[in-house]
Write a protein that binds this ligand. Sequence first.
Ligand code: CU
Length: 500
Amino acid sequence: MSTGLIIIGCLILIAIVTVQIGKVTELAAKIRGEEEVQFETNKRAGVLMLIFLAVFLVLCIWSAIYYKNWMLGYGPHESASSHGGELDSMFNVTLFFTGIVFVITHIALFWFAYKYRGRKGVISSFIAHDNKLEIIWTAVPAVVMCFLVIRGLVAWNEVMADVDEGEDHIEIEATGQQFLWHLRYPGPDGKLGTRNFRLIKTGENPLGQDWMDDKNLDDLHPTEIVLPVDKKVRVRITAMDVLHNFYLPHFRVKMDAVPGMPTYFVFTPTKTTEEYRQELRNYPEYQQPTDPNDPNSEPLWKTFNYELACAELCGKGHFSMKKIVRIVSEDEYNAWLKEQQSYYLSNVRGKDFDPRKDELLEVEISQRKQDFNLAVEKALSATAAEEKVVKLNYVYFETGAANLTDLSRYELDNLAATLNKYPNMTIELAGHTDNVGSAEGNQTLSQQRASAVQNYLVQKGIDSSRLVAKGYGQSKPVDSNDTEEGRANNRRTEFKILTQ
Ligand SMILES: [Cu+2]
């Protein structure tokens, strides 16, 4: 704030001084004769221009050399992707030609201003047209431009090429939104599920994924981009509100994120984050502490991270559209992938807004089967009678009735399979209730429910002599009847292994 005021103050002072000098010059001109003063002013201005030229060119070249190691493409910032080197070399070739033009035109501009200043007795010559000059200054840039454009087109076709059919690659997705990036990974199936903008709902379905599409069920929403080194990556890029731009500066990846028009970029990272850090380490610029106020903080090279940024000015929070990108070995990548949770399973499954809440998913069926078989094995190997009990976690009845709900069949089928596997096994099917309602009524209900399970198993081909159905009513609670959770635990169906 105070710096700003000082700068504004300085600018005002400079303006006042300039006006005053002008006034003094005017007065002096009146005294000494205007023309002579004019020629002297011309000369002074010409010399100042030459000095400016020298200082300007020296500063330009010095700053380019001084800041070289901070700039993309130079020093430690060679491209970290396979296509980036070609782009860097194009930038260098362009810089070479435009650099020559830059130096020549600036020298000409300021030198001519000095050389052709107004002088006593010299009048300007009048050139209306010069064919030779026009041809030279049209043809030379045209030839150079052709060379640059043709090389650029070749590079463009190479860099923008999509993956070939069946080519091994990872496909991820980045969606820009004011002001964050949504990242999506395909999960174990390697395929991103379909999206529909009509399904977008903040907090429930941020990307509008169609949960009826199985490919969506394992999709991940990670908070950072993690990719294995030397593996081709295709990024689907899109936006939900305004233009954004998916920019990975260290990989020379930059693509507009346009609402309603999916774009993509294919690239192959060639350096892990750790390798990049080790390269930075060789430069004194990156051995300075990360926090300039704390000399003991970690050096810059150690805290370096690749970044995803938004490169389209998309609003006032534009600066915050940043994410960390980590390039790791194949093994580290797989370990990271294993830790990630499917968005659907961890945020949507079983909630009111889950369109598949009345349906069991393949993954749940196999998980429950595994859990059930483990519990049976445990009960079989137990010696104490009270440990030979297995709770049927997913057998449910309609409220107050003995009708099995549709989804109960999965666990009962697991039980039937177990009984078929152990032909000598006999069991007691035990029904229990909470203490809501009369004890007598509960006794009857639990008996009916145990019998319903028995009937189901008999229908599945299990000999009824191996099954005893018994209702215990509310006589054997395993939890408190004072809470809903406790009552739910007490309304249970279980089986005891009698012989095996
Ligand atoms: Cu943005």
